[in-house]
Design a protein around this ligand. Structure first.
Ligand code: SAM
Ligand code: SF4
Length: 454
């Protein structure tokens, strides 16, 4: 008998991708996805605990769904980082919760649901899996009409930045064998995927601990050779491990998109040191110069934290200075949020909440202007856009992304989905671009620079 599953996801791409994998896994146990929690037999909240805000959302979401359990007997579950971190404590704290499933236990979900049905007992599974089965691909049974797809290449992290909970909730760094990754990308291409985004907490550390000797740049080269695939992206890379080979890949690999997400966290060496980041402001800036030399059109985005313990006004100014020097295309900016169990949570020089908020507002205002200026710089240019589908704003419009990862809306037909089209950018907005499709054909290949510049 068919059942319905509803998933609510909080957090990063890793969590989004886990939710997709859960849906594909449950297809095999006759669960169909529903976007309406009220008709679901199984409601799962897939969570993030990197900051306090998403963690709190779990409890409010559970409160919202409690009546559905009482009225319809829906099974309520929590997955992801909060589940991993809290484990049994979640079951104690929320008496109507049925299931807690940690970051390595996702492949066990169908069996756990079956077990619960038979025994009627509440279940908590948060063990770490040393065999690495949790990393295996879980693909849809049939093509799902997607143009872009995530592919996990590694999980966990060994860096132990002093503010970060990831190594505790995702476990140690573990890479997938390249053969498995290549096979997964080939299957996705057969299903119509044109762009893959390789996922991991620290993708440029890829390969450590594998039997084969392979680095991230070599993995990229092999994926670049896959016929039918148009574009490759990756996230996230750590500035400390950004090798010369990886920088060179931006000029050697035609499918590697001109975009890098390279979190810097702070512009002050005094703060980077206790953060345990392993680089300085100067060495970060040097890497950006090298990247721009090899690939002048590269778009750079990053993560930054304000209000880390001990951050004074002059440290914050160093952060603003770095932002002005790099001129990021976009920034994900966060107030430092103390995470239980991390070293920084015990530092005594915590920054007041109001100071953090004020610094965040100043930083975001500066970045807003830079992002808009960078978008304006694209006006009049010809961009290669991979068409993803209809725009949510207008029925006449299609939407897609440039190689630099900017969203572009333009008039067009549904038949364009999955195609690379030349679009002339006519107007810049803070979060997107507007353009018009041109009648230019890419004569040789979509990556050919002379063709792309018209
Ligand atoms: N692995 C990536 C790296 O090294 O940059 C980042 C992964 S982390 C899940 C995503 C972002 O969350 C970080 O880059 C950082 O800016 C932010 N973050 C992590 N811990 C945080 C904390 N305790 N408070 C505020 N922001 C935090
Ligand atoms: Fe967290 Fe640092 Fe690892 Fe990134 S590199 S996941 S910030 S510990």
């Amino acid at each position: 008998m068919e059942k319905r599953v509803y998933i609510e996801t909080y957090g990063c791409q890793m969590n989004e991708h886990d939710s997709e994998r859960i849906l594909h896994l449950l297809e095999g146990s006759h669960y169909l996805e529903t976007k309406n929690a009220q008709e679901a037999d199984f409601i799962l909240i897939n969570t993030c605990s990197v900051r306090e805000k998403p963690e709190h959302k779990v409890y409010s979401a559970l409160g919202r769904f409690k009546w559905l359990k009482e009225k319809r007997g829906a099974v309520l579950g929590v997955a992801g980082c909060v589940a991993q971190q809290e484990g049994d404590r979640l079951l104690d704290r929320v008496p109507y919760l049925d299931l807690v499933i940690g970051t390595h236990a996702i492949p066990m979900l169908p069996q756990l649901l079956q077990k619960m049905e038979v025994s009627g007992e509440r279940v908590c599974e948060t063990g770490f899996d040393s065999a690495g089965d949790y990393l295996k691909a879980v693909l849809p049974q049939e093509p799902v009409g997607k143009v872009r797809s995530y592919v996990t290449i590694m999980q966990g992290c060994d860096h132990f930045c002093s503010f970060c909970i990831v190594p505790y909730v995702r476990g140690r760094e573990r890479s997938r064998p390249s053969r498995e990754i290549i096979e997964e990308v080939k299957r996705l291409v057969e299903m119509g995927v044109k762009e893959v985004c390789l996922l991991g907490q620290n993708v440029n550390g890829y390969g450590k601990g594998l039997k084969e000797e392979i680095r991230f740049s070599e993995l990229l080269r092999r994926i670049n050779d896959i016929d039918g695939l148009h574009r490759i992206r990756f996230t996230t890379s750590h500035p400390r491990d950004l090798s010369e080979e990886l920088i060179q890949a931006y000029s050697n690999l035609s499918k590697l998109c001109e975009h890098i997400h390279l979190p810097f966290q702070s512009g002050s060496d005094k703060i980077l040191q206790p953060m345990h980041r392993g680089y300085t402001k100067a060495s970060y800036l040097e890497k950006i110069v090298c990247l721009k030399k090899v690939c002048p059109s590269i778009a750079v985005t990053a993560d930054v934290i304000v209000g880390f313990p001990g951050e004074e006004e002059k440290d914050f100014e160093e952060t603003l200075d770095l932002i002005q020097k790099v001129r990021f295309d976009d920034l994900f900016s966060f107030k430092y949020s103390p995470r239980k169990g991390t070293r920084a949570a015990q530092f005594t020089d915590q920054v007041e909440e109001k100071v953090k908020q004020d610094r965040l507002s100043v930083l975001q205002e500066i970045q807003k202007q830079i992002t808009l200026q960078k978008n304006h710089e694209r006006e009049g240019r010809l961009e290669e856009v991979l068409v993803e589908g209809r725009s949510k704003q207008s029925l006449q419009d299609m939407t897609g992304r440039t190689r630099s990862n900017k969203i572009v809306n333009f008039e067009g037909e549904l038949a364009l989905v999955g195609k690379l089209v030349p679009v002339e950018i006519t107007k810049a907005y803070p979060h997107s671009l507007r353009g018009g499709i041109l009648e230019v054909e890419f004569a040789c290949s979509p990556q050919c620079l002379p063709c792309r510049s018209g």
